[in-house]
Design a protein around this ligand. Structure first.
Ligand SMILES: NC(=O)c1ccc[n+]([C@@H]2O[C@H](COP(=O)([O-])OP(=O)(O)OC[C@H]3O[C@@H](n4cnc5c(N)ncnc54)[C@H](OP(=O)(O)O)[C@@H]3O)[C@@H](O)[C@H]2O)c1
Length: 249
């Protein structure tokens, strides 16, 4: 993809799932990758796949978004290695299953801190190197759970609150950065089937029919579209809906 060729992209939660799929496809589109996540082995495997496909070696950074010392270390490491970042994908967020018996303080603070405090401080820490780019984008992966008046649909209240706050975070950044070259974009996926661009399921996903569940591929293609729009427009909030696992699912 010409619009993204040569850009440097940071992806959080890049060791598996949607984050890994985004990283692989951004590399396929010509980006240099910075892979961030809690599990260095998982990051190493994604990096090896990217290097095999693109010939470019990603920079891997251990990052626990729920741990502010880890956030500070990761920001420092990225700033030292990359004087300019073009794209930040805030994908990493802790999932918390709804539980009738309630939640531990650790689980609740982990979910809120990863999605909100850690994501905000990580973004703030990378803003100076983003500002050096001629095409800086911050793209947050929200959720349909984060939309105004979204139905709870069985997700835990702490996760719901964290995703609502992530939407506000992306919108707040949009307002704060109005009049600067930096765009803040937010994509809200429905429930997803976790598929990888390295698997045959990726090709098959393009043939899904209405009524079937969304996949990582739907989100990746939406993100690539949003990032490659001309600079004078911002697709600041994109909702991906599906009958199965969507807003009214
Ligand atoms: N899957 C869905 O149905 C769905 C639907 C709507 C929105 N989303 C959003 O899409 C994004 C990606 O999720 P997913 O689909 O890949 O499934 P997921 O199982 O929710 O994965 C969460 C991702 O975030 C990372 N993560 C979790 N806690 C973290 C922390 N404290 N610090 C750094 N990274 C952390 C995980 O990495 P490790 O655990 O490997 O460290 C993993 O890569 C999330 O923001 C999620 O909320 C997902």
């Amino acid at each position: 993809m010409q619009a993204l060729k040569g850009a440097t992209a940071v992806v959080t939660g890049a060791g598996r799932g949607l984050g890994a799929a985004l990283a692989i496809c951004l590399a396929d589109a010509g980006c240099h990758l910075v892979l961030c996540g809690r599990n260095p082995q998982a990051l190493g495997q994604v990096a090896a796949s990217i290097e095999a496909r693109s010939g470019r070696q990603p920079f891997c950074v251990t990052l626990n978004l729920a741990d502010m010392a880890s956030v500070a270390h990761a920001v420092e490491a990225i700033n030292a290695k990359h004087p300019q970042i073009d794209i930040l994908i805030n994908n990493g967020a802790m999932w918390l299953e709804a539980a009738e018996q309630g939640y531990s303080a650790e689980a609740v603070s982990g979910v809120i801190n990863a999605a909100v405090t850690g994501t905000f401080l990580f973004t703030q820490g990378l803003l100076p190197v983003l500002r050096r780019s001629p095409r800086p984008d911050i793209l947050t992966i929200g959720s349909i759970s984060g939309l105004p008046n979204a139905a709870l649909q069985g997700v835990s209240v702490p996760f719901y609150a964290a995703k609502q706050a992530q939407r506000a975070l992306a919108e707040g950044l949009s307002q704060q950065l109005a009049g600067t070259p930096v765009r803040s974009l937010c994509v809200h996926p429905p429930y997803l089937d976790d598929i990888s661009p390295l698997e045959p399921a990726w090709e098959a996903a393009a043939m899904r029919q209405k009524g079937e569940r969304g996949t990582n591929r739907d989100v990746v293609e939406t993100v690539l579209f949003a990032l490659s729009r001309p600079r004078h427009v911002s697709l600041s909030s994109i909702v991906i809906d599906s009958d199965e696992g969507g807003l009214f699912g």
